[in-house]
Every structure is written in C-alpha cells, then in structure tokens.
Design a protein around this ligand. Structure first.
Ligand SMILES: [Zn+2]
Length: 156
C-alpha cells in the first residue's frame, strides 16, 4: 500500500519542466510525440515517484491507445536523455521521477513511500579523492531507509 501525506499528483506540470522538455528535445533532436509529451508531463506532475503501471493507470483514460509497453519504452528513451530518472527503491518494480533540482530520497521499508529530501550539507561535501581516480562522476545522491512515522505508529 502506498501512503503519502500530500497529493500524489499536481494539477499541472511545473512550467519550467515543460520548457526543459522542449529544450532538451530540440537540442538532442528527439521528436516530440504525443506519447513522450504526455508521459513526461504526467510524471512531472507526480510527487509520489510512480511505477510505470501507476503512470499507465493515470494516463489510460486520457490516452486509451497507450500500452504499458509504450510507457516502458518511452521512459527508457526519456531516461537516456536525462529527462527522467529511475529512482532507487525497496521494491522490484522500478519507480520514476522527473526532477531537475538535485535532491535525495527517504524510503519507508513498510509502505515503500519515497519522499524527496534536500540536504545541503551533503551537497556541499566534496567527493572522496579515490573517486577522481575511479572515473567521471555524473551525480551522487543519498538514500535514507527506515520506517516512516505513520507506519511506525500503526505497529504499536
Ligand atoms: Zn525524488
């Protein structure tokens, strides 16, 4: 079961995200198809890091011809252009997000809720020297695991 204390879907995708989508598509010569646009926009509205199945449920009323397979393929394309990120999770099912502001994640092992976390102290820490020898680091992010307050109190 998925629990969240805030609405999992915003009314509309943040405008700056749609602008990033258009800019990246133009720069990288990625064709803007209705499917890509709708899937990106739906994910940009989501605050709950949905699975592909959850996106499918949310989009199928609006786009009846859309298949789950198309969603997976489109997510793969958007990931390769860095427009969508696959999120670390406790489940076998992958979770996704559109998030162009660097942040970290807190994951509840009971309800699998994934919450965004800004963590300035971590962001301003320089990486270990050996990582420079390892290769080119693209991004680094922290994942905090535990039991959220709601799941913790339900147990008592
Ligand atoms: Zn996130």
């Amino acid at each position: 079961m998925y629990k969240s204390d805030h609405t999992p879907v915003l009314n509309e995708a943040p405008k700056e995200y749609m602008q990033i989508f258009e800019d990246v598509c133009r720069q990288e010569k990625l064709r803007i198809t209705p499917q890509r646009m709708e899937i990106y926009s739906e994910l940009a509205r989501a605050t709950d890091h949905p699975t592909a199945e959850m996106l499918y449920q949310r989009l199928s009323a609006k786009m009846p011809s859309l298949s789950l397979d198309t969603i997976y393929r489109t997510l793969g394309t958007l990931i390769s252009h860095d427009l969508v990120h696959k999120v670390e999770s406790t489940q076998n099912q992958a979770r996704f997000e559109v998030q162009h502001i660097h942040h970290h994640h807190v994951i509840c092992r009971k309800c699998n809720a994934i919450t965004d976390l800004t963590w300035n102290l971590v962001d301003h820490t320089s990486l270990q020297d050996e990582l420079h020898n390892w290769g080119k680091v693209e991004r680094a992010h922290m994942v905090v695991y535990g039991t959220c307050a709601a799941c913790g109190s339900a147990q008592e």
